[in-house]
Design a protein around this ligand. Structure first.
Ligand code: SF4
Ligand code: ZN
Length: 337
């Protein structure tokens, strides 16, 4: 006897990873989209007229996000203006191919696309950076630059909010990593659906409760055009362990992903750890909790040929940056400075 859809009793074609329910394709699409809509409504993410950019990499998460946002905006009349915003890190054999996917998505979804590149913004592509520093700290540079590149692209296109494709698995992994590191400040922030609201540009994660397996299923059954190759410079061993651990837990108890996120949210409510106040960088003017932002510090190290000094201990890098600045400005420095 064929399995029947738990919702409509038609023939089921899949078992939902999040709940184990058997569903037909249409009911799966409806439930998947409805849950994202509910996440958006509960968090009061949008107001009519808001200009919203989807951070689009061409990967499954951001492609599904762009598709679902377009569907929901039309279905529930959010009244937001959607665009696509991509960052070209300059990684040959990875980002050049994935950007071709984003360009096709621009046509398929009829959404305007803006691409900003590290090379244009900073004078260095990731290929250049890896040539200079090797494969050890490349993701630190890439992460810091990407965060700011998205802000810069959003400023250029005058958008009010950026949406990122972080899914439930990503957030659960981050909760685990922060817990294992004892980083309570980050732990209390990593489950938030909106970050950066205190600065000029909020970022939101509408897929925060969407399971990765369901995102893949949705993209597969909707026949979405996405790019699935890993970055050629991807080491990130620590996240890799957290990911494997989470997948093992999920295979025994699928609810664990959502439960870990809820645990993180409860930590966030109970924790009294204060985050550093956000201001703007005295050099580039973009968001920073220090006088000079991390992107400027890292870039300064690269341009001076001292990139090793700028990764790892940021405090040391800030001191070195201040000292170099004094010397450039002709100020006298003592060894005790
Ligand atoms: Fe950048 Fe590292 Fe991600 Fe590659 S894996 S895109 S280098 S952060
Ligand atoms: Zn800066």
């Amino acid at each position: 006897m064929p399995f029947l859809c738990k919702r409509c009793s038609r023939k089921a074609i899949l078992k939902r990873p999040k709940t184990g329910d058997t569903l037909c394709k249409e009911c799966f699409f409806e439930l998947f989209e409805l849950e994202i809509h509910e996440t958006i409504i509960c968090a009061k993410l949008f107001k009519p007229g808001l200009k919203v950019a989807v951070g689009a990499s061409g990967g499954k998460d951001s492609t599904v996000l762009a598709h679902v946002m377009k569907v929901l905006n039309e279905k529930y009349h959010y009244g937001i203006h959607l665009t696509l915003l991509s960052v070209d890190e300059g990684i040959t054999g990875y980002r050049d191919d994935s950007l071709e996917t984003v360009k096709r998505n621009e046509q398929q979804y009829e959404l305007p696309l803006k691409i900003v590149s590290y090379k244009d913004l900073y004078g260095w592509s990731m290929d250049d950076i890896v040539k200079q520093i090797g494969l050890k700290n490349n993701c630190t540079f890439c992460g810091v630059f990407r965060r700011q590149a998205l802000d810069r692209g959003a400023t250029m296109t005058a958008v009010d909010m950026i949406l990122t494709g972080h899914n439930a698995d990503d957030i659960a992994e981050t909760v685990l990593m922060n817990l294992l590191r004892g980083d309570i400040a980050r732990l209390s922030r990593c489950t938030a659906i909106i970050t950066g609201a205190e600065g000029s540009l909020p970022r939101a994660k509408p897929l925060k409760y969407a399971y990765e397996k369901e995102i893949v299923m949705y993209a597969y059954f909707k026949k979405l055009d996405y790019f699935s190759t890993e970055c050629v410079y991807s080491p990130n061993a620590y996240r890799g362990y957290a990911r494997t651990f989470l997948k093992d837990l999920e295979s025994i108890r699928p609810r664990c992903i959502i439960d870990i996120i809820h645990s993180g949210e409860n930590f966030a409510i109970k924790s009294s750890v204060k985050m550093a106040a956000q201001g703007s960088c005295s050099r580039c003017g973009f968001i920073s909790s220090q006088e000079v932002c991390k992107a400027c510090i890292l870039l300064d190290g690269l341009n001076r040929g001292l990139p090793r000094l700028t990764t790892g201990k940021m405090k040391k890098a800030h001191r070195s940056f201040a000292q170099n600045n004094k010397q450039e400005n002709g100020e006298v420095t003592s060894p005790a400075d």
